[in-house]
Design a protein. Structure first.
Length: 761
């Protein structure tokens, strides 16, 4: 049905329009009965449905309907599989339809700046490219069912400490290169119906009233055409927010802010046309849902199985010495499972992402279903209550077992929405348990349950580590299938695991003093930092093992030279050289080698592809690069810019396992990028072919004056030619007045003529 929304808005009174700008209650938009405008529901998200009862009659304030719990974002990102995320999104979209939820509040795609952010379990990655690919796919999936998404929390919201008031202070280039791209990609490709603005301030201005953020960048630059909703309680000044581009305030404001809007229009402080646009945007999404609503499907059992599938594709095998994994089914009776998480797994995070899960399958249950008669002892208390019996019992049992699988990780209280972690340590009782068992048994496997990286002081002492993250309700099924080789691990880390907390780049500037947090590390977060510092890490970004091996060969580029307006195809042959079926995530990183003085990370992920291979099978994987793959954000141009010169293409199995490299020459088509002024130094002139040509006569004169024949040996001993050259190179043009006795007018003329020439290139 084609609706004329503009017409509808025209029929509304000022009060009715203002009323639509805030929620009816916690979860609904307001209706306008007079005009038949319906109220619709929104719900959290994103790892399944957290639908609270609107009337609040039979559910507690934080309770929600029984639903399917999907893996958290920290795990799904490790799948490196956008198709899988699209499937997950479509399934959750179906559930929303069945429960009449118009918008699911997610995905959450903030960048994991520090491993300590309490909400990292919800977020995808430390890498903006990966986060964007995963998020856009999820959004496409949900919205294929005509249910909206609300990508959150826009923007630069990478900590929980004082999240509602703290200012994230970050420079332009870092925002553009690290904190925006995942949102940008999702807006441009996923076309989410709504965007949720974050609580925090950005460089002093609340996201909820930041015109640059919500209007200039989001709508004008990226073309977002849905509505912006505030994070729950993120509104500071309602009228300013509306003018900046914030459409819907959630939850209800008790009518106070609606009245403020009415008054602002009446007093002329706010143009009614701005309000009309907001109402139009909200109504368009409300009716998009209502008019296209179908029945949906909430087949919990089928979705439970999908959760297992997603988890299997995403869990990361961090270590597997001597191929201790996969375990053999026939050995089951000599295998000991240790750890409370084998029976009561930690499979989801807390806060607004928390699902009231209808059914959970633990590893012990899954083993039972598979007919595996493994032994079990509890080993530790999740709540860290002192218990004198658990540890000795586990050690004794471990002595008798052939293999010990320890199910360990972070308890709920260690990471959650609302607060950050203090460090990356696991509970001491668990660290001790693992170390002590490793002393009495040589075959120890650790299976982890955590939403963010942990220190592993025992990593060298155990044979294998399987990272399950927070795997959703079918966690046990996925673990058993992977441990016993019914499935082959293919997840790769979407974040670096540093050796210890203090290694991480934000250690000094996280979480700030409560008023401000300075993103002083700039773009150097995650592997961008560890690579630059050549630091040892516990497990690198992109790392993940398989039960088979892959060989990379035949790296080919579609061209050796491209313009920045052209695309580059990169293909590589991948062969499964092992004995079992497996999937490999081929990762492509780009390194700038143009020789400019621009600060660039050692390498950055610019493409990836997941490929499935039978033993001995080969496939050619093709990935496409474009200008953005080579560019950095140039703060003078306020635009992406790929300097002319050489770039290296690195293809590999992790950020620290690069198998093949190739070179490509990129030519920039940007014009007038380089401009000189009186403070441009000689070296900058000489580095630029056009400027160098213009400066030839001047440089000659300069050189002969300063380095000419006339210099005595004594002069040269005091100031060598090399020193002289270094000084010359850093001399600004204005210094020609003192050293070449040039007149100011002559210098100005040179600058003008050179800039004229430069503007052609
Ligand atoms: C969270 C959002 C969530 C909202 C509604 C806020 O506290 O930051 O992610 O969607 O509450 O529950």
């Amino acid at each position: 049905m084609k609706r004329n929304i503009k017409d509808l808005v025209k029929q509304m009174t000022l009060e009715e329009k203002a009323s639509l700008c805030s929620g009816l209650d916690f979860w609904h938009t307001k209706p306008v009965d007079r005009l038949g405008i319906p109220s619709v529901m929104v719900s959290d998200g994103p790892a399944g449905l957290r639908k609270q009862d609107d009337k609040g009659d039979h559910l507690g304030i934080n309770d929600s309907i029984k639903a399917v719990c999907f893996p958290s974002g920290c795990l799904t990102a490790c799948s490196f599989d956008p198709d899988l995320l699209e499937k997950e999104g479509a399934t959750i979209g179906d559930e929303c339809l069945a429960e009449d939820v118009s918008v699911i509040l997610g995905p959450a795609l903030n960048i994991k700046r520090s491993p300590l952010c309490g909400r990292n379990f919800e977020y995808f990655s430390e890498d903006p490219y990966l986060a964007g690919e995963i998020s856009a796919a999820y959004v496409k999936g949900v919205q294929s069912k005509n249910v909206g998404t609300s990508i959150k929390h826009f923007a630069v919201n990478s900590q929980e400490f004082r999240r509602m008031s703290c200012s994230s202070n970050v420079d332009e280039r870092t925002i553009r290169e690290i904190y925006f791209p995942a949102f940008e990609k999702t807006v441009k490709e996923g076309k989410p119906d709504t965007v949720m603005c974050s609580y925090n301030r950005i460089n002093g201005v609340f996201a909820s009233e930041n015109k640059w953020l919500l209007t200039d960048v989001l709508r004008k630059e990226w073309g977002f055409d849905g509505y912006v909703v505030s994070d729950w309680g993120a509104v500071n000044k309602r009228v300013e927010g509306l003018a900046a581009g914030l459409d819907l305030e959630m939850p209800a404001s008790g009518g106070t802010t609606d009245r403020q809007i009415v008054e602002a229009v009446k007093s002329g402080k706010l143009k009614e046309a701005v309000l009309d646009k907001t109402v139009e945007r909200i109504l368009r999404i409300v009716y998009k849902y209502k008019d296209g609503k179908t029945e949906g499907n909430f087949d919990k059992e089928a979705h439970h199985n999908l959760v297992a599938e997603i988890a299997k594709e995403s869990m990361v095998l961090l270590k597997n010495e001597k191929n201790i994994l996969p375990l053999k089914e026939k050995d089951a009776e000599s295998i000991l499972f240790v750890g409370a998480f084998a029976k009561t797994p930690r499979y989801e995070g807390g806060g607004s992402a928390h699902i009231n899960t209808w059914k959970v399958t633990s590893a012990l249950e899954a083993a039972k279903v598979a007919g595996l008669k493994v032994n079990y002892v509890q080993g530790f208390d999740i709540a860290e209550k002192k218990d004198k019996k658990l540890l000795p019992e586990a050690i004794e049992a471990s002595k008798k077992a052939k293999t010990v699988v320890i199910f360990a990780g972070l308890p709920d209280s260690y990471e959650s929405e609302g607060y950050d972690r203090k460090d990356m340590k696991m509970p001491l009782n668990q660290d001790i348990l693992i170390s002590e068992i490793a002393k009495v048994n040589k075959n120890v496997v650790v299976v982890l349950h955590n939403g963010s990286p942990v220190e592993m002081p025992w990593a060298k002492d155990v044979k294998a580590i399987l990272e399950s993250y927070l795997a959703g309700e079918s966690v046990g099924t996925a673990q058993i299938d992977l441990l016993f080789g019914k499935a082959n691990p293919s997840g790769k880390l979407a974040e670096t695991f540093p050796v210890k907390t203090s290694d991480n780049p934000t250690f000094i500037n996280f979480p700030g003093n409560g008023h401000d947090v300075n993103y002083a590390e700039g773009m150097y977060i995650g592997y961008r930092y560890y690579d630059k510092k050549e630091m040892e890490v516990l497990f690198p970004f992109g790392h993940g093992l398989s039960y088979t091996t892959f060989e990379y060969s035949n790296l080919k580029l579609s061209s050796k030279k491209i313009l920045d307006t052209e695309k580059l195809e990169v293909s590589v042959k991948v062969t499964n050289t092992g004995k079992v079926f497996g999937k490999e995530v081929v990762q492509l990183y780009v390194t700038e080698k143009t020789g400019t003085h621009e600060d660039r990370p050692v390498k950055e992920l610019k493409a990836f592809a997941k490929v499935a291979l039978n033993p001995k099978e080969s496939k050619v994987v093709t990935m496409t690069l474009d200008k953005r793959s080579f560019a950095f954000w140039n703060v003078e141009l306020h635009d992406w810019y790929a300097p002319t010169g050489e770039y290296e293409i690195l293809v590999g199995s992790s950020s620290r396992d690069i198998r093949l490299t190739a070179k490509v020459e990129v030519t920039s088509t940007a014009k007038g990028v380089f401009k000189i002024n009186e403070n441009t130094v000689l070296e900058e002139l000489l580095e630029h072919p056009v400027a160098a040509k213009c400066a030839e006569p001047l440089v000659k004169k300069f050189m002969s004056g300063m380095l000419g024949e006339g210099r005595s040996e004594a002069e040269k001993a005091a100031v060598s030619d090399d020193m002289m050259m270094a000084m010359l190179y850093s001399m600004p043009l204005r210094a020609l007045r003192s050293f070449l006795q040039m007149k100011d007018e002559e210098i100005a003329k040179f600058i003008e003529d050179t800039n004229k020439e430069l503007s052609k290139y």
